[in-house]
Design a protein around this ligand. Structure first.
Ligand code: NAP
Length: 329
């Protein structure tokens, strides 16, 4: 069990989830366990996923179109890749009922706000959102109800509108165990560029460089992967479509952070070349303090091996209060 407490009264009558992958299915599971909605309906464009969701029984109904799912829903959650949000919003536009709240879970916010907003009728309200939680796995079987527990859920209301709607949404995700933070879309994209997008880009690059040396990858690199490379491979195993969309849609912030990263890397390169041990020591001491701050903020454990359980151990995403996988976004 996820350890989520049941609400006395549901926050929403009917929640529609469009896109039932890792995040959409986790929203469904968390909403069901905390009793966040009287009924849950889902739609995914992939017929195989729809069949799997029916089999998993994590929602009350699986619709055959996005518009059918949205009809009669007072909360609609877009849980599709960032680049697909605009097209889905266009598809459901006329089905959104009076007073319906539309939100998304996309890892980039400015482009989603830009793409979705034109399709939101005046009688509905769009509150973009982003749970800072995830794993490198995809699909409806990868989700779990405790994914959001102890993690931040960022809401980015547009033009200061929708205070009441944001409050209801916050009540739901708080019942999922999340902590809510509100910020504007541009600030979100800049912060996430450095905390999530750049690290993923670096991981994709490092693992890509190693895999170019195919003969080595098949032997020594994999064999000795415990020392650093292995942790990059976990990030670099993340969903390719999702991450393609993140980089295409948060281009400016990522390029800005990449520029800073390249300068800092050159500085480290110079220190190594010139034998500047004190410089290296100073830099590494600073970075160690960041790790300490993350643990103190409850965003990871101090357990060795990056908080992961040893090989062969049984994962426990309930009792320990820790997510099953490293929470990412
Ligand atoms: P996922 O596991 O790949 O699931 C996405 C699902 O949406 C897939 O089944 C996909 O079907 C479906 N889909 C795509 N386009 C659609 C459309 N037009 N209409 C209906 N369904 C559609 O992805 P995910 O990891 O859950 O990510 C979903 C969103 O959450 C993304 O915006 C991502 O940025 C955000 N997010 C992800 C994480 C993470 O760690 N994974 C964390 C926080 C936020 P197909 O397979 O046919 O494309």
């Amino acid at each position: 069990m996820s350890g989520l407490e049941r609400l006395g009264e549901p926050v929403f009558e009917r929640i529609a989830i469009i896109g039932v992958g890792l995040i959409g299915s986790s929203v469904a599971r968390a909403a069901r366990e905390c009793g966040g909605a009287r009924s849950l309906v889902a739609y995914d464009r992939d017929a195989g996923v729809r069949a799997m969701v029916r089999e998993l029984g994590i929602v009350d109904a699986v619709a055959e179109s996005a518009a059918e799912a949205v009809s009669g829903a007072d909360l609609v959650v877009l849980a599709v890749p960032v680049g697909a949000c605009g097209a889905v919003a266009a598809e459901i536009s006329t089905a959104l009922g009076a007073g319906a709240i539309l939100t998304d879970v996309g890892s980039v916010k400015a482009s989603v706000a830009r793409d979705v907003s034109p399709h939101v009728p005046a009688h509905a309200i769009f509150i973009p959102g982003h749970p800072i939680a995830g794993t490198e796995h995809s699909g409806p079987e990868a989700g779990f109800a405790s994914l959001f527990r102890g993690r931040w859920w960022v809401l980015t209301p547009l033009d200061g509108k929708g205070e009441e709607a944001a409050g209801r949404l916050a009540a739901l995700v708080t019942a999922f165990g999340s902590k809510v933070e509100t910020m504007d879309v541009a600030h979100h994209d800049l912060v996430l560029a450095v905390t999530s997008h750049l690290p993923h880009l670096i991981a994709y690059n490092i693992v890509g460089t190693a895999s170019d040396f195919e003969a080595v990858v098949k032997s020594e690199v994999i064999k000795f992967s415990a020392s650093g490379f292995r942790d990059f491979t976990r990030l670099a195993a993340s969903d390719p479509v999702m991450w393609r969309d993140v980089f295409l849609n948060n281009r400016e912030a990522v390029l800005e952070m990449l520029g800073r990263f390249s300068e800092d890397l050159s500085a480290l390169q110079r220190m190594i070349r010139s034998g500047d041990g004190n410089g290296l020591l100073e830099r590494f001491t600073e970075t160690r303090a960041i790790r300490k701050a993350i643990i103190e903020a409850g965003q990871d454990t101090a357990a060795p091996d990056f908080g992961r359980l040893g090989l062969g151990a049984v994962a426990d995403d309930g009792a320990t209060g820790q997510p099953r996988e490293g929470g990412r976004s």
